[in-house]
Design a protein around this ligand. Structure first.
Ligand code: PLP
Length: 399
């Protein structure tokens, strides 16, 4: 399949499975394995030779993990992928794999919150210092480079506030200094943006989100090209990182419908974002497809679509009115994560976690994820929320 010029949508259907290796059964069987037997002493010894392509031990590889990893590789045009037990594991492994004691790394200020905690709490124990940079920095990233800078971490769009980063400009500015670039590509997935095609060294994606797509799997993938991808794979195995077979199976099944789910979720999100932008309660919508969203021009240039995750900011209202909006939403669940079939809403508060660029907007920031429900039904649910909010505002004013 690798040589065929297929669109990503078609690839998703066929990558990482081989029915005729399994009696014609369309879906690959789940291999659950720790022990893998070798028929002879000679076979056992060969399994430890360089270039061995079979299976040695379940933690290292099974046909189930190889299926998912080869599928993700093909989607990104990478050389090696490793699937691990969460998106956060993928992130910590990618960072640990690319820096050493004494290094300085640059991380976007709009980074996923738990990634920031990892950089602040874990990396100093190993002598690695983190500096946060303005997500809009572009080629000016070169001004922050020190002799000991080893890594630039990007996430586009950023978590909660959805700034699109100029990844090609960042890559061009740091490559000649031997600095590596990681991208968290969870929002766009391989379908809407491929950081590897823009010179990024390592892509991480929370397969927990769109790849698995049903809110029942935690999984992360790391993919890259050449030696660096091989090194990350080896380090994952040295650190004992792998992914459970049920999760791998669910993720490979999720891939088959991902293009449709992503498209539906993204289209609904855009419709709802447009509706929100015209609501009197809403100060601003943060959605990469909106002209006033940070980095919109770069999104137009580099991305081929948008997913269903964005945020919007209310004009300041009392806390009780914000609660009245959230409470009793019937279709949007209040919860973390996203990428499943069901719509979600979550309070976002960048104030305390931004250090490079302060966030001083007034009014509650709300993150929305639009799932696969009908857009009108979702819109009506939100409208009822705004009605409750207005009522609560009147009650507060009257008391
Ligand atoms: C959810 C998420 C992660 C972490 O994934 P988990 O599987 O929950 O650990 C990382 N990055 C982004 C952008 C995410 O949305």
């Amino acid at each position: 399949m690798k040589d065929q010029k297929l669109t990503p949508q078609t690839k998703l259907i066929h990558v990482g499975r081989d029915p005729h290796a399994h009696h014609g059964v369309v879906n690959p069987p789940i291999y659950r394995a720790s022990t893998i037997l070798h028929p002879t002493l000679d076979a056992w010894e060969k399994a430890w030779q360089p270039g061995f392509t079979g299976y040695r031990y379940g933690r290292r590889e099974t046909p189930t993990s190889r299926g998912v990893e080869s599928a993700i590789c093909e989607l990104y045009g990478g050389d090696r992928c490793v699937a691990v037990c969460s998106g956060m594991t993928a992130i910590s492994l990618a960072i640990l794999g690319l820096c050493k004691a004494g290094d300085h790394i640059l991380v976007t200020d709009s980074v996923y919150g738990p990634t920031r905690i990892f950089c602040d709490e874990i990396l100093p124990q190993y002598g690695v210092s983190t500096e946060y940079y303005d997500p809009a920095i572009g080629s000016d990233i070169s001004k922050l480079l020190r002799p000991e800078t080893s890594l630039v971490y990007t996430e586009s769009p950023g978590s909660l506030t959805f700034e699109i980063q100029d990844i090609p400009a960042i890559v061009n500015a740091v490559k000649q200094h031997g600095v590596k670039v990681i991208s968290d590509n969870t929002w766009a997935t391989a379908l809407y943006f491929n950081p590897l095609d823009h010179g990024v060294d390592v892509v991480v994606e929370a397969a927990t989100k769109y790849i698995s797509g049903h809110s029942d799997v935690l999984m992360g993938v790391i993919v890259g090209r050449g030696d660096i991808a091989q090194q990350i794979y080896s380090k994952a195995k040295m650190m004992g990182m792998c992914c459970g077979s049920e999760e791998l199976y669910s993720a490979q099944r999720g891939l088959r419908t991902m293009a449709l789910r992503l498209k539906q979720s993204g289209n609904t999100g855009f419709k709802i974002a447009e509706w929100l932008a015209n609501r009197p309660e809403v100060a601003r919508v943060f959605h990469p497809a909106f002209p006033n969203s940070p980095g919109h021009g770069i999104w137009m240039r580099d991305f081929s679509g948008c997913s269903g995750l964005f945020s919007f900011q209310l004009y300041p209202v009392p806390k009780a009115a914000v609660a009245a909006f959230y409470d009793n939403l019937s279709l949007f669940g209040i919860g973390a994560s996203w990428g499943g079939y069901e719509s979600l809403v979550m309070p976002a508060n960048p104030v305390d976690i931004r250090t490079a660029v302060s966030w001083d907007e007034q009014g509650a920031l709300i993150r929305l994820y639009t799932g696969l429900e009908d857009a009108m039904d979702l819109l009506n649910d939100l409208e009822r929320g705004f009605t409750r909010m207005a009522e609560a505002c009147r009650n507060v004013a009257a008391s």
